[in-house]
Design a protein around this ligand. Structure first.
Ligand SMILES: Cc1ncc(COP(=O)(O)O)c(C=O)c1O
Length: 495
């Protein structure tokens, strides 16, 4: 049979795929998805390919006529599936995990099927209200007070940007929304405060919000990589005296490098005294609050004006989903709302018209996958999975601490470890470069094994291997595998 014979009649007309063909294809795709999840561990986490090698196998020009679904799916199986880095693989222990759970995937499929654009209630009534419900469920599951409202965005970067712009709008007399910032005589430099360990998304928000990189004041951290809050108060006072305009402070709960925890209660107190907006970046570690016994670590975040938690990080939600919580929704609406005539509807306080609270008009129906997941696993089931990641991290930490020639380089408050190989004969200061080369080599060997994928950071000049846990498909067997692959790599690293 040639390609044209296997085309479906609908492909030769002007309409969409017909429902019967869609149904048959969807069954096949469901099998392909299940097959992938079943066999993901048989792939090396990182594919062994060179840049450009996938593109070289795809025609440079689009097909002018239709191709059969057979051919498309066959190419997907041979070209795409094996040549991705496998985020779903239980050996993925790099950066932070971003895992799509089964019920989350199902919710994502149906959200794509409905194609509901959650801009205004009239155009998305059930989707808007499910989003409202899921935001409140998650708030409740994290033990945060009822004075937080919120919504979903795509990423923490965008949730933070919206909050920095809302904070800027809250500065009395600034009115950057209408007046802009350029060409305003006598206007002092805007300031954003964060720690030197803060994620780059905070600096990007400052770039976009007109604060600029020079307006970001990085407060030094202590030996546990947490912000030295006493220096924050001093910095704000000094800036005010110099005519600068503080816009907001950002505290991070779970920094990207070491998952350190800024002293958010103290930072909140300073922000309250200084009447300064506090944004909390809990993109990774906010999920820990699902386990009530871990909440003391985050204590004080309830005083923030805005918080970001990424379900697509440690809450096994298919990418993307970032939860933005805020206390004063009206400020976001004042900062962003522009309602052209074609979008004007009778205003009601009963429901949100979500497009008014941010930059995007069109918005994906992200809440559906979380609604499926929370109901499928239950709030306790989700909390237990967070606990399990922490238990596995503590187990690995024990193994490392009990083994000569290995050391931990930072505390492990959640499910991420910072470690290195340091043979007793080597001096951490004198032999720093040699240690760095060895540990870099160890990590490359681990990643080349295909079994485990790790990433790194630099701590006080020391090359540091990071191991993060957070995939509900990863068990103690995988953590033990990680540890043995690390040890084997160290044995071959010229120790
Ligand atoms: C602490 C922290 N904040 C923000 C981000 C940015 O997240 P996103 O990719 O959702 O913008 C990250 C990413 O790893 C992060 O670790």
């Amino acid at each position: 049979m040639n390609e044209r014979d296997s085309l479906h009649a609908a492909q030769l007309g002007l309409g969409d795929m017909d429902p019967a063909e869609f149904r048959a294809a969807a069954h096949r795709v469901a099998d392909m998805a299940a097959d992938y999840l079943e066999r993901v561990e048989s792939y090396p986490v990182l594919p062994d390919i060179e840049p450009g090698s996938v593109r070289a196998q795809v025609p440079a020009v689009p097909p002018s006529g239709p191709e059969s679904l057979e051919t498309i799916l066959a190419d997907y199986l041979s070209l795409v599936e094996p040549n991705i880095t496998h985020w779903q693989h239980p050996g993925w222990m790099a950066y932070f995990c971003s895992v799509a759970s089964g019920p989350g995937i199902l919710g994502e499929w149906l959200a794509a099927t409905l194609n509901s654009n959650v801009m205004l209630w009239r155009n998305a009534p059930a989707s808007t209200e499910i989003e409202e419900v899921v935001v409140q469920w998650l708030r409740e599951m994290m033990g945060l007070p009822t004075d937080f409202d919120g919504m979903f965005t795509d990423t923490a970067s965008v949730s933070t940007l919206l909050s920095v712009v809302a904070a800027r709008h809250a500065v009395p007399g600034l009115d950057a929304r209408d007046e802009g910032l350029a060409g305003r005589e006598g206007l002092g430099r805007l300031r954003l405060y964060c720690s030197s360990e803060t994620h780059s998304s905070i600096e990007k928000a400052a770039i976009v919000a007109g604060i600029g990189r020079a307006g970001v004041r990085a407060i030094p951290v202590d030996e546990a990589f947490a912000m030295r809050a006493e220096l924050l108060g001093e910095a704000i006072r000094e800036d005010r005296q110099a005519g600068r305009i503080p816009v907001c402070a950002v505290a991070t709960l779970g920094t990207t490098s070491t998952t350190s925890v800024d002293p958010v209660a103290e930072i909140a107190r300073i922000c309250r005294d200084e009447k300064l907006w506090l944004h909390v970046d809990a993109a990774y570690a906010g999920a820990a609050a699902l386990a009530s016994e871990m909440r003391p670590l985050l204590s004080g975040w309830e005083h923030a004006d805005s918080i970001v938690v990424n379900p697509h990080k440690w809450l096994f939600t298919p990418f993307d989903a970032s939860l933005l919580l805020f206390k004063n929704p009206e400020l976001y609406r004042e900062a962003f709302s522009l309602v052209p005539e074609y979008l004007s509807v009778r205003q009601t306080d009963e429901v949100h018209n979500f497009h008014e609270y941010g930059i995007q008009l069109g918005r994906r129906f992200r809440a559906l996958k979380l609604w499926f997941m929370i109901r499928y696993f239950g709030a306790k089931g989700m909390a237990d999975r967070i606990r399990e990641s922490c238990r596995l991290a503590a187990r690995l930490r024990n193994w490392i601490e009990e083994t000569p020639d290995w050391e931990m380089l930072a505390p492990t408050p959640f499910s991420t470890l910072c470690l290195r190989f340091r043979p007793a004969a080597l001096d951490p200061d004198r032999d720093l470069e040699l240690l760095n080369t060895m540990n870099e080599r160890i990590m490359s060997t681990v990643n080349a094994s295909g079994k485990i994928f790790l990433s790194h950071t630099m701590l006080h000049g020391a090359y540091t291997i990071r191991v993060t846990l957070g995939n509900p498909r990863a068990t103690e067997k995988h953590v033990a595998l990680c540890w043995s692959v690390l040890q084997d790599a160290a044995a071959g690293a010229g120790a």
